[in-house]
Design a protein around this ligand. Structure first.
Ligand code: MN
Length: 137
């Protein structure tokens, strides 16, 4: 595994054990804001990605990712994976099944902004299969 690079200006936080059941590999989480708008800094070790999931909401909701370091991917169900680099912005509408995480050989960090929602909740689904992930560079 490559040495951890400079992962940007935000704290990396602790190992993300609370969400570990929904991740493949090791991730880290630092909550940057828990008021007004909830913002977390999520850092993925190389090869780490979260499971397919859906941010549900009755109104509003979804998630915005601001990529701050490394290289990773975002993929919506039934679509091609999108490679991500620092400075990229991903708008994830409520109700869309997707995953995000690191490239196989790179650390990856993004801020995850929780878009305020009425009756927001996350639904965690299956792991990203090796068939999908092993095709990524
Ligand atoms: Mn998400």
């Amino acid at each position: 595994m490559k040495e951890r690079p400079d992962l940007g200006v935000f704290p990396m936080g602790e190992e993300n054990t609370a969400y570990a059941p929904y991740f493949t590999g090791k991730s880290y989480l630092a909550m940057l804001s828990t008021e007004q708008v909830v913002i977390g800094n999520v850092t993925f070790a190389p090869g780490c990605r979260n499971h397919w999931h859906i941010h549900h909401a009755k109104e509003g909701g979804g998630q915005i990712l601001l990529v701050t370091a490394g290289r990773g991917y975002y993929q919506e169900w039934g679509k091609a994976p999108r490679e991500l680099f620092p400075g990229d912005v991903v708008n994830i509408p409520a109700g869309v099944k997707h995953w995000h995480g690191a490239a196989p050989d790179s650390w990856f960090s993004h801020l995850a902004i929780e878009v305020p929602a009425a009756e927001g909740k996350n639904e965690w689904c299956e792991e990203v299969s090796d068939e999908i992930y092993s095709k990524l560079k």
